[in-house]
Each structure stands twice: as structure tokens, then as C-alpha cells.
Design a protein around this ligand. Sequence first.
Ligand code: PAF
Length: 283
Amino acid sequence: MKIIKSIKEMQSLALSFRRGGKRIAFVPTMGFLHDGHASLLREGRCLGDLLMLSIFVNPIQFGQNEDLDRYPRDMERDCSIAAECGVDILFNPDAEEMYPQGFQTGVTVREISLPLCGASRPGHFDGVATVVTKLFNIVQPDVALFGCKDYQQLAVIRRMTADLSLPVEIVGMPIIREADGLAMSSRNAYLSPTERKSALCLFRAITRARNLYAAGERSVEVLLDETKAVIELEPSVRIEYVEFRDGTTLKDLKVADNGTLLALAVKIGQTRLIDNTVLGEEL
Ligand code: PAF
């Protein structure tokens, strides 16, 4: 596996692969890789002749009081997971390489960035859209893979790719969960054992909503009350949002249907966790 830190080197290598007719699969990440990332890499390995991974903790998608400085990092472990998953090239630029002095351009995807995480993390999706556009221009992928755990992020990237006619196929991959249902996330590393237990209320809430829906409940008001009630049984968990929305447009709705998104964000101590499920689809 080759590690590249320079944009110029990465871009010229990617362009030469493409001229040689090679199909590039790309998995952008912020590192601290877990089984969720590994599932993206394994699928990427099947979808491309060359598998590229980026590890870059993108400062412009973090708010002022967020966890940029303490975001978990373990480059050595990441390299061994990447090599195991068959990554050909790891692009690992530093912040000065990506955002040199004078950098002042941004990509904004308007409506779909506003609700849910966009409401509690203003500017977050501008940072994501900007870095993903830049990474696409550098890595020149034919296909890029993202996890459905960051459902709104995936929706924003799909919208942006379509709106800007970017020649990249976007693939969303299912959420990978621990045996007890906790969705895998690099941020789970922050949780104490007690907080880790409390975090399971997210999966219990999702299961409650799915069971009610399967039993025929369609009223968003009822589903919402029941879902929130499960989380409220955990006194240490603070709800940031629990919302049912259209799975494509993310617009709010009153009646649930197949394809309706249930999205949740909570804070446990200092740690912010998100999870989601799409009604009528497999868990
Ligand atoms: O999901 C992530 O890890 C990041 O938001 C991404 C897509 C790599 C952009 O920094």
C-alpha cells in the first residue's frame, strides 16, 4: 500500500490510472477505522481495479465547540486495517496541504443541509460538501462509497454530485452494528462503559419504532412519542433530535410510509451519537 500526502502526486497518479482505463473506487474517511469502514473498503475492492482510501480529519466540518482536537486518531492501526482490506493507495494530506493560506472557496448544498444535524451543527455540511468535492477532484474516483449511518451526509453528497454533474457513482452502504445493536462509529471510543450501556437506548428506540410500524402504526405523532419515550427512560441521555422525515428529500411529514427515515441524535456526557433507520427496509 502506497501512502501519499501531496495533492499533486495523488492527482497525477489518479489521472494516469484513469488514462490507463483503470476504474478507481474511493472511500473517504476521517480515520480511526472500524468494521463499518472495513465494509466500505471490502465493497470498494470489488467495485474498482484500484482502491483508494483517504484519511483526513477535516477541520472545516467541525464547529467551534466540537471535538476536532480530541477526535480519535491511530494511524498505525488504520494502516494495517487498510492493508488488510486491500487498499492500494492511502491519501493522507495534512490540513495545510488541503487548506493553504488564502483558501476561500466552499460548496453549499442548500435545503437538504438545513434540518437534523444541519440545524444543530450549522456549517457542518458545507465543510463536508467542500472537502468531498475537493477529494473527488484529487482522487478522480469512478465510484465513491459512504456509510448510511451518516444518512444526511449521504443525502447531501448525492444531491451535490447530481447538481454539479460530478462524474462519480455514489454507493451507500448499510449501517454496521455491534452484536448488541450499537451502530459502529469512531466516536464510540469516547464512551465510558456506563455511557456505552446507556447508548443502547438508540437501538431500543429504533426497534420500538420499527415494531410499531410493522404492526400498522402510521401516525408520525404516535411513532415519535413512542420512540422518544424509550430514550427518555435513560436519564443520562439528552435528545438533540428525534425526527421522522422523507428518506429522499428529508422534508418532514405527518404520515409514515415505506422509505420514511427515522433519524436520531443524542448526547451522552460529552459524546454526540447519531443513528437512523429507514422504515420498510431491512435493519
Ligand atoms: O464521514 C466522514 O468520515 C467525513 O464526514 C467525510 C465524508 C470523510 C468528509 O470529511
